[in-house]
Design a protein around this ligand. Structure first.
Ligand SMILES: [Mn+2]
Length: 361
Protein backbone atom coordinates (compact mmCIF):
# COMPACT_ATOMS: atom_id res chain seq x y z
CA UNK A 1 0.00 0.00 0.00
CA UNK A 2 2.71 2.50 1.01
CA UNK A 3 4.92 1.48 -1.89
CA UNK A 4 1.99 2.07 -4.28
CA UNK A 5 1.40 5.49 -2.78
CA UNK A 6 5.06 6.41 -3.18
CA UNK A 7 4.91 5.13 -6.74
CA UNK A 8 1.91 7.38 -7.42
CA UNK A 9 3.80 10.26 -5.80
CA UNK A 10 6.67 9.75 -8.22
CA UNK A 11 4.30 10.32 -11.12
CA UNK A 12 3.16 13.56 -9.50
CA UNK A 13 6.81 14.57 -8.93
CA UNK A 14 7.51 14.08 -12.63
CA UNK A 15 4.52 16.27 -13.53
CA UNK A 16 5.99 19.01 -11.34
CA UNK A 17 9.48 18.51 -12.75
CA UNK A 18 10.96 17.48 -9.39
CA UNK A 19 13.31 14.67 -8.38
CA UNK A 20 12.20 14.12 -4.81
CA UNK A 21 9.74 14.98 -2.07
CA UNK A 22 11.13 16.08 1.30
CA UNK A 23 8.73 15.35 4.18
CA UNK A 24 8.86 16.59 7.75
CA UNK A 25 5.07 16.52 8.13
CA UNK A 26 3.73 13.67 10.26
CA UNK A 27 0.59 13.17 8.14
CA UNK A 28 2.58 12.91 4.92
CA UNK A 29 5.24 10.65 6.42
CA UNK A 30 2.48 8.38 7.76
CA UNK A 31 0.61 8.36 4.46
CA UNK A 32 3.68 7.42 2.42
CA UNK A 33 5.45 5.03 4.85
CA UNK A 34 3.09 3.89 7.64
CA UNK A 35 5.32 5.45 10.29
CA UNK A 36 2.96 6.94 12.87
CA UNK A 37 5.38 8.77 15.13
CA UNK A 38 7.01 12.15 14.74
CA UNK A 39 10.68 13.07 14.49
CA UNK A 40 11.00 11.63 10.98
CA UNK A 41 12.68 13.26 7.99
CA UNK A 42 11.94 11.55 4.70
CA UNK A 43 12.98 11.69 1.08
CA UNK A 44 10.69 10.05 -1.47
CA UNK A 45 12.51 10.35 -4.76
CA UNK A 46 12.52 9.09 -8.30
CA UNK A 47 15.81 7.29 -7.55
CA UNK A 48 15.17 6.14 -3.98
CA UNK A 49 13.40 6.59 -0.66
CA UNK A 50 14.83 7.11 2.81
CA UNK A 51 13.35 7.69 6.27
CA UNK A 52 15.70 9.07 8.91
CA UNK A 53 14.82 9.36 12.58
CA UNK A 54 16.59 9.36 15.94
CA UNK A 55 17.13 6.95 18.81
CA UNK A 56 13.75 7.67 20.42
CA UNK A 57 11.83 6.40 17.42
CA UNK A 58 14.07 4.02 15.48
CA UNK A 59 12.54 0.79 16.84
CA UNK A 60 9.01 1.99 16.08
CA UNK A 61 9.97 3.15 12.58
CA UNK A 62 11.65 -0.16 11.71
CA UNK A 63 8.56 -2.06 12.89
CA UNK A 64 6.05 0.12 11.08
CA UNK A 65 7.91 0.53 7.78
CA UNK A 66 9.27 -2.80 6.54
CA UNK A 67 9.34 -1.66 2.91
CA UNK A 68 11.46 1.50 3.07
CA UNK A 69 15.07 2.15 4.03
CA UNK A 70 15.02 3.38 7.65
CA UNK A 71 18.08 4.88 9.32
CA UNK A 72 18.95 6.35 12.68
CA UNK A 73 20.89 9.57 12.57
CA UNK A 74 23.40 10.10 15.33
CA UNK A 75 25.25 13.32 16.00
CA UNK A 76 27.86 11.43 18.04
CA UNK A 77 28.55 9.19 15.05
CA UNK A 78 29.26 12.35 13.09
CA UNK A 79 26.12 12.75 11.04
CA UNK A 80 23.00 14.85 11.53
CA UNK A 81 19.75 14.25 9.66
CA UNK A 82 20.31 17.09 7.15
CA UNK A 83 23.75 15.69 6.35
CA UNK A 84 22.35 12.20 5.87
CA UNK A 85 19.52 13.35 3.60
CA UNK A 86 21.82 15.72 1.73
CA UNK A 87 24.32 12.91 1.10
CA UNK A 88 21.55 10.53 0.03
CA UNK A 89 20.19 12.96 -2.55
CA UNK A 90 23.68 13.63 -3.91
CA UNK A 91 24.43 9.91 -4.23
CA UNK A 92 21.09 9.21 -5.94
CA UNK A 93 21.51 12.17 -8.31
CA UNK A 94 18.42 13.99 -7.09
CA UNK A 95 18.78 17.76 -7.05
CA UNK A 96 15.37 19.36 -7.44
CA UNK A 97 13.69 18.67 -4.10
CA UNK A 98 10.11 19.70 -3.34
CA UNK A 99 9.46 20.85 0.22
CA UNK A 100 6.17 21.15 2.16
CA UNK A 101 5.45 24.80 1.61
CA UNK A 102 2.62 24.85 4.15
CA UNK A 103 4.54 23.46 7.12
CA UNK A 104 8.31 23.58 6.65
CA UNK A 105 9.98 26.03 9.00
CA UNK A 106 12.60 28.44 7.73
CA UNK A 107 15.09 26.91 10.14
CA UNK A 108 14.69 23.36 8.79
CA UNK A 109 14.79 24.69 5.23
CA UNK A 110 18.12 26.36 5.92
CA UNK A 111 19.59 23.31 7.60
CA UNK A 112 18.80 21.06 4.66
CA UNK A 113 20.05 23.60 2.15
CA UNK A 114 23.32 24.04 4.05
CA UNK A 115 23.92 20.27 4.02
CA UNK A 116 23.90 20.06 0.24
CA UNK A 117 24.47 23.23 -1.71
CA UNK A 118 23.74 21.56 -5.03
CA UNK A 119 20.20 20.88 -3.86
CA UNK A 120 17.52 23.10 -5.30
CA UNK A 121 14.66 23.35 -2.80
CA UNK A 122 11.32 24.26 -4.37
CA UNK A 123 7.89 24.76 -2.79
CA UNK A 124 4.99 22.50 -3.76
CA UNK A 125 5.20 19.25 -1.80
CA UNK A 126 2.13 20.08 0.34
CA UNK A 127 0.08 20.52 -2.83
CA UNK A 128 1.49 17.36 -4.42
CA UNK A 129 0.61 15.20 -1.39
CA UNK A 130 -2.94 16.47 -1.17
CA UNK A 131 -3.57 15.56 -4.82
CA UNK A 132 -3.24 11.95 -3.71
CA UNK A 133 -4.56 12.26 -0.15
CA UNK A 134 -7.83 13.95 -1.05
CA UNK A 135 -9.08 10.79 -2.81
CA UNK A 136 -9.44 8.13 -0.12
CA UNK A 137 -8.74 4.45 -0.64
CA UNK A 138 -11.15 1.85 0.75
CA UNK A 139 -8.85 1.23 3.77
CA UNK A 140 -8.92 4.93 4.55
CA UNK A 141 -12.72 5.10 4.22
CA UNK A 142 -12.92 2.22 6.72
CA UNK A 143 -10.89 4.26 9.21
CA UNK A 144 -13.24 7.23 8.73
CA UNK A 145 -16.26 4.94 9.22
CA UNK A 146 -14.79 3.59 12.43
CA UNK A 147 -13.91 7.09 13.70
CA UNK A 148 -17.46 8.26 12.94
CA UNK A 149 -18.96 5.21 14.63
CA UNK A 150 -16.94 5.85 17.80
CA UNK A 151 -18.11 9.48 17.68
CA UNK A 152 -21.78 8.48 17.36
CA UNK A 153 -21.54 5.91 20.15
CA UNK A 154 -19.78 8.29 22.54
CA UNK A 155 -22.39 11.00 21.89
CA UNK A 156 -25.29 8.60 22.53
CA UNK A 157 -23.71 7.61 25.87
CA UNK A 158 -22.98 11.25 26.68
CA UNK A 159 -26.46 12.75 26.13
CA UNK A 160 -28.00 11.43 29.40
CA UNK A 161 -25.04 12.92 31.31
CA UNK A 162 -25.79 16.53 30.31
CA UNK A 163 -27.21 18.33 33.33
CA UNK A 164 -28.09 21.93 34.18
CA UNK A 165 -25.26 23.43 36.23
CA UNK A 166 -22.41 21.55 34.51
CA UNK A 167 -19.75 23.78 32.95
CA UNK A 168 -18.74 23.55 29.30
CA UNK A 169 -15.33 22.33 30.47
CA UNK A 170 -16.92 19.49 32.46
CA UNK A 171 -19.01 18.53 29.43
CA UNK A 172 -15.87 18.47 27.28
CA UNK A 173 -14.02 16.26 29.77
CA UNK A 174 -16.92 13.79 29.89
CA UNK A 175 -17.39 13.66 26.13
CA UNK A 176 -13.68 13.24 25.43
CA UNK A 177 -13.45 10.48 28.09
CA UNK A 178 -16.26 8.62 26.31
CA UNK A 179 -14.54 8.96 22.92
CA UNK A 180 -11.46 7.27 24.34
CA UNK A 181 -13.47 4.61 26.20
CA UNK A 182 -15.07 3.70 22.88
CA UNK A 183 -11.73 3.16 21.17
CA UNK A 184 -10.59 6.54 19.86
CA UNK A 185 -6.81 6.78 19.53
CA UNK A 186 -7.22 10.45 20.37
CA UNK A 187 -9.26 13.49 19.46
CA UNK A 188 -9.55 14.64 15.86
CA UNK A 189 -9.33 18.22 17.24
CA UNK A 190 -10.05 20.02 20.54
CA UNK A 191 -13.82 19.76 21.11
CA UNK A 192 -15.97 22.83 20.60
CA UNK A 193 -18.72 23.10 23.21
CA UNK A 194 -20.73 26.31 23.26
CA UNK A 195 -23.86 26.95 25.33
CA UNK A 196 -26.35 29.80 25.33
CA UNK A 197 -24.95 33.05 23.98
CA UNK A 198 -21.51 31.42 23.52
CA UNK A 199 -22.95 29.41 20.64
CA UNK A 200 -22.82 32.46 18.37
CA UNK A 201 -19.04 31.80 18.23
CA UNK A 202 -18.52 29.09 15.58
CA UNK A 203 -15.23 27.98 17.15
CA UNK A 204 -15.91 28.63 20.83
CA UNK A 205 -13.52 27.12 23.38
CA UNK A 206 -15.21 25.28 26.29
CA UNK A 207 -15.41 27.74 29.21
CA UNK A 208 -16.47 27.81 32.86
CA UNK A 209 -19.97 28.86 31.81
CA UNK A 210 -22.58 26.58 33.32
CA UNK A 211 -25.45 25.05 31.36
CA UNK A 212 -28.75 26.82 32.00
CA UNK A 213 -32.39 26.07 31.21
CA UNK A 214 -33.24 27.50 27.79
CA UNK A 215 -29.70 27.11 26.40
CA UNK A 216 -28.93 25.69 23.03
CA UNK A 217 -25.61 23.80 23.24
CA UNK A 218 -23.47 23.15 20.18
CA UNK A 219 -21.11 20.16 20.29
CA UNK A 220 -18.52 19.95 17.48
CA UNK A 221 -16.13 17.06 18.06
CA UNK A 222 -14.75 13.81 16.72
CA UNK A 223 -12.64 10.75 17.34
CA UNK A 224 -9.35 10.00 15.64
CA UNK A 225 -8.83 6.39 14.55
CA UNK A 226 -5.54 5.16 13.01
CA UNK A 227 -4.81 8.77 12.12
CA UNK A 228 -8.13 9.47 10.43
CA UNK A 229 -10.52 12.08 11.77
CA UNK A 230 -14.24 12.17 12.42
CA UNK A 231 -16.05 15.50 12.51
CA UNK A 232 -19.64 15.92 13.67
CA UNK A 233 -21.71 18.77 15.09
CA UNK A 234 -25.05 18.59 16.87
CA UNK A 235 -26.99 21.31 18.66
CA UNK A 236 -29.31 20.29 21.51
CA UNK A 237 -31.86 22.24 23.55
CA UNK A 238 -31.92 22.35 27.36
CA UNK A 239 -35.61 22.53 28.09
CA UNK A 240 -38.33 23.50 25.62
CA UNK A 241 -37.04 25.73 22.81
CA UNK A 242 -38.54 29.15 22.02
CA UNK A 243 -40.21 29.78 18.65
CA UNK A 244 -37.09 31.60 17.46
CA UNK A 245 -34.84 28.73 18.53
CA UNK A 246 -37.07 26.29 16.66
CA UNK A 247 -37.06 28.44 13.51
CA UNK A 248 -33.29 28.85 13.52
CA UNK A 249 -32.78 25.13 14.07
CA UNK A 250 -35.21 24.11 11.33
CA UNK A 251 -33.59 26.56 8.90
CA UNK A 252 -30.09 25.19 9.49
CA UNK A 253 -31.37 21.62 9.18
CA UNK A 254 -33.16 22.43 5.93
CA UNK A 255 -29.98 23.99 4.49
CA UNK A 256 -27.90 21.04 5.67
CA UNK A 257 -30.20 18.42 4.13
CA UNK A 258 -30.53 20.38 0.87
CA UNK A 259 -26.73 20.57 0.54
CA UNK A 260 -26.32 16.88 1.46
CA UNK A 261 -28.78 15.97 -1.29
CA UNK A 262 -26.58 17.73 -3.85
CA UNK A 263 -23.33 16.03 -2.85
CA UNK A 264 -22.14 13.70 -5.59
CA UNK A 265 -19.28 13.27 -8.03
CA UNK A 266 -19.29 16.21 -10.43
CA UNK A 267 -20.93 18.72 -8.06
CA UNK A 268 -19.22 22.13 -8.18
CA UNK A 269 -17.80 22.80 -4.73
CA UNK A 270 -18.90 26.41 -4.36
CA UNK A 271 -22.45 25.62 -5.51
CA UNK A 272 -23.08 23.51 -2.41
CA UNK A 273 -22.12 26.45 -0.21
CA UNK A 274 -24.21 28.88 -2.24
CA UNK A 275 -27.27 26.62 -2.01
CA UNK A 276 -27.09 26.43 1.80
CA UNK A 277 -26.47 30.17 2.07
CA UNK A 278 -29.45 30.85 -0.22
CA UNK A 279 -31.80 28.81 1.99
CA UNK A 280 -30.56 30.57 5.14
CA UNK A 281 -30.92 34.00 3.49
CA UNK A 282 -34.41 33.24 2.15
CA UNK A 283 -35.51 32.31 5.68
CA UNK A 284 -34.56 35.82 6.84
CA UNK A 285 -31.12 35.07 8.29
CA UNK A 286 -28.92 36.59 5.57
CA UNK A 287 -25.36 37.28 6.70
CA UNK A 288 -25.51 34.94 9.71
CA UNK A 289 -23.80 31.97 8.00
CA UNK A 290 -20.26 33.22 8.43
CA UNK A 291 -18.01 30.31 7.45
CA UNK A 292 -17.60 27.73 4.69
CA UNK A 293 -20.17 25.00 4.20
CA UNK A 294 -17.54 22.33 4.58
CA UNK A 295 -14.04 21.01 4.16
CA UNK A 296 -12.20 17.84 3.31
CA UNK A 297 -11.25 15.52 6.18
CA UNK A 298 -8.53 12.91 6.33
CA UNK A 299 -5.33 12.67 8.34
CA UNK A 300 -5.86 16.40 8.93
CA UNK A 301 -9.13 17.71 10.27
CA UNK A 302 -9.15 20.47 7.65
CA UNK A 303 -7.76 19.70 4.21
CA UNK A 304 -8.78 20.00 0.58
CA UNK A 305 -11.35 20.11 -0.92
CA UNK A 306 -13.06 23.20 0.51
CA UNK A 307 -16.75 23.89 -0.07
CA UNK A 308 -16.83 27.69 -0.19
CA UNK A 309 -17.39 30.55 -2.62
CA UNK A 310 -14.69 30.72 -5.27
CA UNK A 311 -14.02 26.96 -5.35
CA UNK A 312 -14.97 26.04 -8.91
CA UNK A 313 -13.54 22.51 -8.83
CA UNK A 314 -15.79 19.49 -8.77
CA UNK A 315 -16.16 16.74 -6.20
CA UNK A 316 -14.74 13.32 -7.05
CA UNK A 317 -15.62 9.84 -5.77
CA UNK A 318 -13.63 8.97 -2.65
CA UNK A 319 -13.42 12.51 -1.30
CA UNK A 320 -14.47 12.86 2.34
CA UNK A 321 -16.06 16.19 3.20
CA UNK A 322 -18.20 17.80 5.90
CA UNK A 323 -21.53 19.54 5.34
CA UNK A 324 -21.97 22.02 8.18
CA UNK A 325 -24.08 25.13 7.71
CA UNK A 326 -24.78 27.35 10.70
CA UNK A 327 -26.59 30.48 11.84
CA UNK A 328 -24.78 32.73 14.35
CA UNK A 329 -26.48 35.70 15.99
CA UNK A 330 -24.24 37.70 18.36
CA UNK A 331 -25.85 38.20 21.76
CA UNK A 332 -28.42 35.46 21.09
CA UNK A 333 -26.57 32.29 20.14
CA UNK A 334 -26.25 29.92 17.23
CA UNK A 335 -26.90 26.56 15.66
CA UNK A 336 -24.68 24.32 13.55
CA UNK A 337 -25.40 20.83 12.22
CA UNK A 338 -22.59 18.84 10.64
CA UNK A 339 -22.18 15.43 9.05
CA UNK A 340 -19.07 13.88 7.51
CA UNK A 341 -19.70 12.10 4.20
CA UNK A 342 -17.85 10.26 1.43
CA UNK A 343 -18.59 11.38 -2.13
CA UNK A 344 -19.81 8.61 -4.46
CA UNK A 345 -20.80 8.54 -8.14
CA UNK A 346 -24.50 8.74 -7.28
CA UNK A 347 -24.48 10.83 -4.11
CA UNK A 348 -22.77 10.29 -0.81
CA UNK A 349 -22.34 7.92 2.09
CA UNK A 350 -23.17 9.71 5.34
CA UNK A 351 -20.78 8.51 8.05
CA UNK A 352 -22.43 10.36 10.94
CA UNK A 353 -25.52 8.42 12.05
CA UNK A 354 -26.66 10.49 15.05
CA UNK A 355 -30.23 11.83 14.65
CA UNK A 356 -30.70 15.43 13.51
CA UNK A 357 -34.15 15.87 15.05
CA UNK A 358 -33.88 18.67 17.60
CA UNK A 359 -33.06 16.91 20.88
CA UNK A 360 -34.74 18.45 23.92
CA UNK A 361 -33.01 17.42 27.14
MN1 LIG B 1 -15.94 20.55 10.51
Amino acid sequence: MYQERRQALKEVLKDFGCDAFFSVNQANSYYFTGYSGDGAYCIFGINGDLLVTDGRYIEQAQKECPDIQVECWDRKAGQTWPERLGAFCRKQHMTKIAFEEKVLTYQVYNRLQAANELMQLVPGASSMAIILRKIKEEEELDCHRKAAQITDTAFAQFLPDIKIGMSEKELAARLEFLLKMNGADGLAFPSIIASGQNSSLPHAIPSDKKVEKGDFITFDFGARYRGYCADMTRTVSIGAPTEKQKTVYETVLKAQIAALNQVKAGAVQENLHLLADYIITEAGFGGTFTHSLGHGVGLNIHEEPYLRPGEKSILQPGMVVTIEPGIYIPGWGGVRIEDMVAVTEQGCEIFSKTSKELMIL
